[in-house]
Design a binder for this molecule. Structure first.
Ligand code: NAP
Length: 351
């Protein structure tokens, strides 16, 4: 067994952000590392995830937080992958790699029932935070379960160079979409969508009106809109949707830091005449899809047919910055924080 440190570090939320969170809203604190209680595991985290939904848990904005708010002055939580270093539970042994919810910290003690063993044979550990993790399942759920994807659909995905959006667009392509269109915030991301992810068309939403650019990319309209952004993107999609079009309302990142209620899509009434179906989703309601998701998507991951990107921030110190970067578009693909454990040097390879 490797030698355990006496203490380890964890990020705490120390004040509730108003508008865009600031670095001062977070504090890196030391806590003792001890032997795990009966039925628990002590896990050394290699990577943890930062996600837009965490913004809702940090504040008290009604409507955006679909999980209870984070407690102040306690370690933040979220998905993480790591290695069991001490097991006090049947079925787990030191060296096992697991996915769990004790992120934002170097060492986590978790009940064994909340840790999921992961298969790292041919699949990097980080994939369980991205393409085979919560964001991957969100893309799959939104496309197939919420928006009832059909072969031949013309699909528009916003936030398409992000973790969920990039995967939703590719899943649509791999499943027989007629045309897949994506939007993203830089020309480089737009190029990547077409050249690497195989989108048929993409545009930079900062370069002009979303409605105009969408009309140009899909002159005959769209059948399905996968929304990760809200605001002007949702309004443009409502305008472009054809009769009986379907919308997966997955995220509205453009609005998460708003301090005033944003104006609604001005053209919502079009949903009536077009008989649109617009359905919200929370991925945790759809864990039953996990076996089907893994069976469908893991082979595409192994074969390389599904391409994914990760942006990896180095070191626990970067946690809040990585999180804040989501709202600036610093990431391409999944934003992940890598933890350095120089004493052991144990970190799995990443792309
Ligand atoms: P992500 O897309 O990997 O990262 C966020 C991206 O959003 C940034 O890279 C940035 O890319 C874009 N962005 C930031 N501010 C923006 C703005 N004002 N307007 C347009 N784009 C903006 O994050 P993710 O984890 O895949 O999540 C994407 C969305 O899905 C989020 O809204 C998230 O809350 C939601 N989500 C929902 C569920 C659910 O269960 N409902 C589950 C997972 C995720 P650009 O450079 O392109 O601007």
């Amino acid at each position: 067994m490797s030698v355990l440190p006496a203490t380890s570090r964890a990020w705490h939320l120390v004040s509730r952000p108003h508008g865009t969170p600031r670095p001062e809203d977070f504090a890196l604190r030391e806590t003792p590392v001890g032997a795990p209680a009966a039925g628990h595991l002590l896990i050394r985290n290699h990577y943890f995830s930062v996600d837009p939904y965490m913004r809702g848990r940090m504040g008290d904005t009604p409507g955006y937080a679909y999980f209870p708010p984070y407690a102040l002055d306690e370690a933040l939580v979220g998905h993480a992958v790591g290695e069991v270093v001490v097991s006090n539970a049947a079925g787990f042994a030191p060296g096992d790699h697991v996915l769990h919810f004790g992120g934002w910290r170097e060492y986590a003690e978790v009940p064994s029932g909340e840790a999921t063993p992961v298969d790292t044979d041919g699949i990097p550990l980080t994939a369980y935070l991205s393409v085979l993790g919560m964001t991957g399942l969100s893309a799959y759920t939104g496309l197939f379960e919420i928006a009832s994807f059909r072969k031949g659909d013309v699909v528009f995905v916003s936030g398409a160079a992000g973790a969920v959006g990039g995967q939703a667009g590719q899943l649509a392509r791999l499943s027989g979409a007629r045309r897949v269109i994506g939007s993203a915030g830089t020309d480089e991301k737009v190029r990547m969508l077409v050249e690497e992810f195989g989108f048929d068309a993409a545009f930079n939403y900062r370069a002009g009106s979303v409605s105009d650019q969408l009309r140009q990319a899909a002159p005959e309209g769209i059948d399905l809109y996968f929304d990760t952004v809200g605001g002007d993107h949702l309004e443009a999609a409502i305008g472009a949707l054809r009769e009986h079009g379907r919308v997966a309302l997955c995220g509205a990142i453009a609005q998460y830091n708003d301090v005033e209620p944003p104006p609604g899509p001005r053209n919502l009434a079009q949903a009536i005449g077009k008989r649109l179906t617009m359905r919200g989703m929370i991925v945790t309601d759809h864990q039953d899809l996990l076996p089907r998701f893994m069976a469908d998507v893991a082979p595409w991951v192994r074969s390389g047919e599904l391409v994914w990107r990760e942006t990896v921030a180095e070191g626990i110190e970067k946690g809040p910055e990585a999180f804040l970067g989501l709202f600036r578009g610093d990431n391409t693909g999944k934003m992940i924080v890598r933890l350095d454990h120089p004493a052991t040097g144990a970190a799995s390879p990443s792309r």
